[in-house]
Design a protein around this ligand. Sequence first.
Ligand code: GLU
Length: 525
Amino acid sequence: MNEKQVRVRFAPSPTGPLHLGGVRTALYNFLFAKKNHGTFVLRIEDTDQSRFVPGAEKYILESLAWCGLVANEGITRGGAFAPYRQSERTEIYVRHVQTLLDRGFAYYAFDTPEALDTLRDQYQKKRMGQFQYNAKTRRLLQNSLTLTPEDVSVRLAEGVPYVIRILIPENQEVVFHDLIRGEVVFHTDNLDDKVLFKSDGLPTYHLANVVDDFLMKISHVIRGEEWLPSAPMHQLLYRFFGWEKEMPLFAHLPLILKPDGHGKLSKRDGDRLGFPVFPLQWIDPVSKDVYRGYREDGYLPEAFINMLALLGWNPGIEQELFTLEELINLFSLERIHKGGSKFDPEKARWFNHQYITRLPDEALAKMLVQWSLDRKKSAADGSDSIASSSCHSITDMNYALQVVSLIKDRITLIPDLQENARLFYSSPVTYDPQVKEKVWKTDSAQIITEFKTKAEQLTEWTPETLHRLVQDFTSLKKLKMGQLMMPLRLLVVGSNQGPGITEIAAVIGKEDFLCRIDAGLKAFE
Ligand code: GLU
């Protein structure tokens, strides 16, 4: 382990919503920082103005806050290396690119985008592979390596648009150690002279990223595998600046794959396969397309984080449920997998179910009361059955607690809480015709009426006394359980759903129970 103070960063670009792979990168950085008593920095890499998406930065901050991944330093908190938004650091990059120009590691290139496009087309047509600005081609192009110094000065003085490119050395091997992949070797002949500074006066990601990691004293760069091809160029930049000794250690995280294992999980997969790929809902500012979010779908952030932590890392023990504190204690880069991890939406639901069933009943009851109140507020049109036809107070915490204890095991996502609670707050408005067709026989009304008379006489109203009543009644009348229970459920619930009918009866109380039977019998007359 590196001896220096651990400082890691999450450095998203505000080019759209944060994909769950991005959240996982933030999480691993966070866990690593906490584990090593280090600092977790949040930096916004917004130098690519052409890909800037309004609202994306706010979305990233909100997502991290929802997940509890709070940075100790960065754009929200400030810190010794401020500013942390790259668009506010242009002057720093101008100075640094000048150093590279002065040392001959970078050069001006005046080729117009049209000229380069033409070359790309020609290469394609002549089947010469992909055109690259590199050692083979740079000598034939319009740059400060081919033009005279006077010509370059005149062009710069006249304001002719230019970019600044890195001068990749020929025929060298770039070797570095990746903490997850081991030794990684690239040959410079396969690299191109990437743009470091664009004609709009802003740096590219490559320059800004390396300069900031150095200036912000980043000790470990933990980021997605898609940045691995850029890593050799970043190594060269450290060398060119003379910062090799201070170079951070690198760890490139494996991809998150589609559930079938074929290819990277993309933002379109969520819609296609019916699960969210974003932490929060995202409404595209241009197309107005709505993308689902884990928060809005009813996941708990703790469950989401637990699921993500195990998507590419394993603690080497059987246990699957971990608090954030436990994750911090167990986390190590060595146990991150080299291969991609298949995303399993069912497993995500499983985690949420586990977390929901472990919540105190009070927490769920509070959610239920709050939800009912919210619905009441928004149900001015009277379309909400809970708010409009309830005979139980929606603010009654004791009642909500009884409901919760009965339905808790049936909840996977938060909306299941409301769905399962509905029957406890309102009598059926309709009766499922298919269920009726199946369970309502010619003698059902008679059986139910007789059962109701017995129920009316019951003085102690508990699940046990009700259960005994059902037993006694069916054996006395020589009925099969289903002959009583199925039509009874249809009248009380309106369908064949829900927990045990005697448990429901005990919670909704005698008056409501008998009322529902009367209403049902009347409806079926
Ligand atoms: N700005 C890059 C991104 O959007 C960060 C890559 C890195 O961490 O170096 O993912």
